[in-house]
Design a protein around this ligand. Structure first.
Ligand code: SAM
Length: 304
């Protein structure tokens, strides 16, 4: 299964590293609950649902309404989405001239921005725009209109029927929420629970400007503090928690090592980013993976 959208901060390339760092006995948990409060494109969600059959319930959330509405509609009625997607895809592919394709893209974008959520076709338009816009970004202007320019790809994949149907099946055990990460915790029950937390990246250091194009409100250090408090509370109730973020520093001080200094385990992995924030070939960016349980032994640490 593959995500139905490309998403900034998507974790497809880190799946192996995430999988290796799950609690060692995860597959022996009965009726496990999987929770993702910042689900984005869902690469980790769909991986977990595919690989771990002991997950009987999942709870997902994101602050982006059109994204979460799409999960909901794919869960309910994927066929009607694909009917519209097929028309859009065929029309787009039929247009060979760049200028004409571009004009078609902007017409679809305008129509999407005029649509209400009740409009059954909105999700299909969203998926089409996501695969034909620049870099699969999601960005809105001040009036809340999607404003990413055309991506000029020769033959973008857009969707595969088999994949959408597999996502539809997998979503049957998933509860879908839309809002701030704060709002979903009351839905957790007493089953063994694993929570994967992947909030927007904190800038690598205060001096380095990073691309953070998630949501109008941004994600500040006070949000990081709120999140940490919630992790403490749910960790104390027995949930196993894994968090990802950039390896962020304030001067020489590791932001996340300082914040998660009460019994959490911090691991670092090298990542390839499309935009290297250090602007240097010799210095590769790292991500931190923070867990509230010991990281399984078989992992070769690259901590400095
Ligand atoms: C790093 S991305 C998650 C990427 C995801 N793991 C994937 O593989 O696609 C962070 C997500 O957090 C969402 N977000 C930002 N602020 C939020 C908030 N306060 N509450 C919930 N979600 C939020 C963004 O919309 C974005 O989808």
């Amino acid at each position: 299964m593959k995500p139905f959208v490309k998403w900034a901060g998507g974790k497809t390339r880190l799946l192996k590293e995430i999988e290796r760092r799950l609690p060692a006995d995860f597959d022996t948990w009965e009726d496990a609950t999987y929770v993702e409060p910042f689900v984005g494109g869902g690469s980790v969600l769909f991986h977990m649902l595919e690989k771990h059959e002991n997950i009987s319930r999942a709870v997902i959330n994101d602050i982006n309404p059109v994204l979460m509405h799409s999960y909901h509609r794919i869960k309910q009625d994927p066929k009607s989405i694909m009917e519209t997607l097929k028309v859009l895809k065929n029309e787009y592919r039929r247009l060979s001239e760049d200028k004409v394709r571009e004009a078609f893209y902007y017409r679809v974008r305008d129509t999407f921005n005029d649509m209400q959520f009740e409009d059954e076709q909105k999700v299909a338009f969203f998926i089409f725009l996501n695969h034909t816009c620049f870099n699969g970004l999601y960005r809105e202007n001040k009036s809340g209109n999607f404003n990413v320019p055309h991506g000029k790809y020769k033959s973008p994949a857009i969707y595969e029927e088999e994949n959408i149907m597999a996502l539809h099946e997998a979503l049957q055990k998933v509860e879908i929420y839309c809002g701030d990460f704060d709002s979903i915790w009351s839905s957790l029950e007493s089953n063994p629970t694993f929570i994967y937390v992947d909030p927007p990246y904190r800038p690598i250091s205060k001096k380095v400007l990073m691309f953070t194009l998630y949501d109008k409100s941004g994600f500040s250090d006070s949000d990081q503090l709120r999140l940490k408090e919630i992790c403490d509370i749910f960790g104390n109730r027995g949930c196993r928690i894994m968090l990802s973020n950039s390896d962020s520093y304030d001067g020489d001080i590791s932001y996340f090592e300082t914040l998660y200094n009460n019994g959490y385990h911090i691991d670092r992995i090298e990542v390839t980013r499309m935009i290297n924030p250090y602007n240097s070939k010799n210095r590769k960016p790292k991500e931190v993976i923070i867990t509230n349980y010991p990281i399984p032994n078989h992992i070769n640490h690259i901590n400095e």
